[in-house]
Write a protein that binds this ligand. Structure first.
Ligand SMILES: [Fe+2]
Length: 275
């Protein structure tokens, strides 16, 4: 199986034309799975062209792994078809729920962090991994509220699900920073609470300071605060493949590539310092 390495960029419609003519200016590309569920058309043609150039990560937003609804058969079938077609290096989604009673919120809501939720989510992860016949990664989401029912910090929940289900963790460094500021924990406690061997990918992104909370906006360049936390993550977990997410006011391809290059530079400096 192809493995991710280095520093990647997200596949966004603004860059489709350029990416049909040239290889992506990054080590890998991450695509939002649901955008490519159609059986044909230009987006899928672009993704197949990109896949011929570089490794691809497929990142989903609608698995709703924590919901109490049954897993959607239609969704799993479409994801299997796409995975078989693209042969991605990584398939990921989120530690969240976003559907109830068959209705999708198109949002990534945090879960109550309890023993019951660990058992519920881990069983569903096992089902998904059996269907896909591969290990998946799940990403920590940003949050603004938590459940009073939670009995453990998020990093303990993430670790427990990963170890019980045998899945990996996509650690979103910006989400850790945003949630830490919003909920009043120390972001480095989060990093230290995740075992080294479960982390398969990092996300980096920008956020917006709304005064009394941080919004996970994915707008603009990665802030210094997130670069600093990324350096700490590299020193703990090593050179994990890292992706820059920039989803609002998507910049020119060259600007996005420069941000991925900055991630490579921050990683190299952190590894030098650790050595
Ligand atoms: Fe992310």
């Amino acid at each position: 199986m192809i493995r991710l390495r280095g520093h990647g960029i997200g596949l966004r419609a603004r860059h489709y034309g350029q990416l049909l003519d040239r290889a992506p200016p990054a080590d890998f590309v991450e695509a939002i799975s649901e955008n490519f569920f159609a059986k044909g058309g230009r987006p899928l043609a672009v993704l197949e062209k990109v896949r011929r150039d570089v490794p691809v990560a497929l990142h989903g937003v609608s698995l709703s792994i924590g919901s109490t609804d049954p897993l959607s058969e239609d969704y799993l079938r479409a994801l299997c078809t796409l995975v078989n077609r693209i042969d991605p290096a990584v398939v990921s989604d989120h530690f969240c729920w976003g559907s109830h009673g068959g209705r999708y919120a198109h949002d990534l809501w945090p879960l109550p962090y309890t023993e019951d939720t660990i058992i519920h989510v881990a069983a569903r992860v096992a089902t998904v991994q059996d269907r896909l016949r591969r290990r998946i990664l799940l990403e920590n989401v940003s949050s603004y509220v938590g459940f009073q029912a939670s009995t453990m910090p998020e990093w303990e929940f993430v670790t427990a699900v990963a170890q019980r289900a045998g899945c990996g963790v996509l650690l979103d460094i910006n989400n850790i920073y945003v949630s830490a500021k919003n909920q009043g924990f120390e972001p480095r406690d989060y990093l230290n609470g995740i075992p080294r061997d479960v982390v398969g990918q990092f996300h980096l992104a920008g956020h917006t300071d709304k005064g009394n909370y941080l919004l996970d906006s994915h707008i603009g360049p990665v802030p210094e605060s997130v670069w600093n936390l990324y350096a700490a993550a590299v020193q703990r977990f090593g050179p994990v493949p890292a992706l820059v997410e920039w989803d609002e006011e998507v910049p020119a391809l060259e600007v996005l590539a420069a941000e991925a290059q900055r991630a490579a530079d921050v990683e190299a400096a952190a590894l030098r310092e650790a050595a």
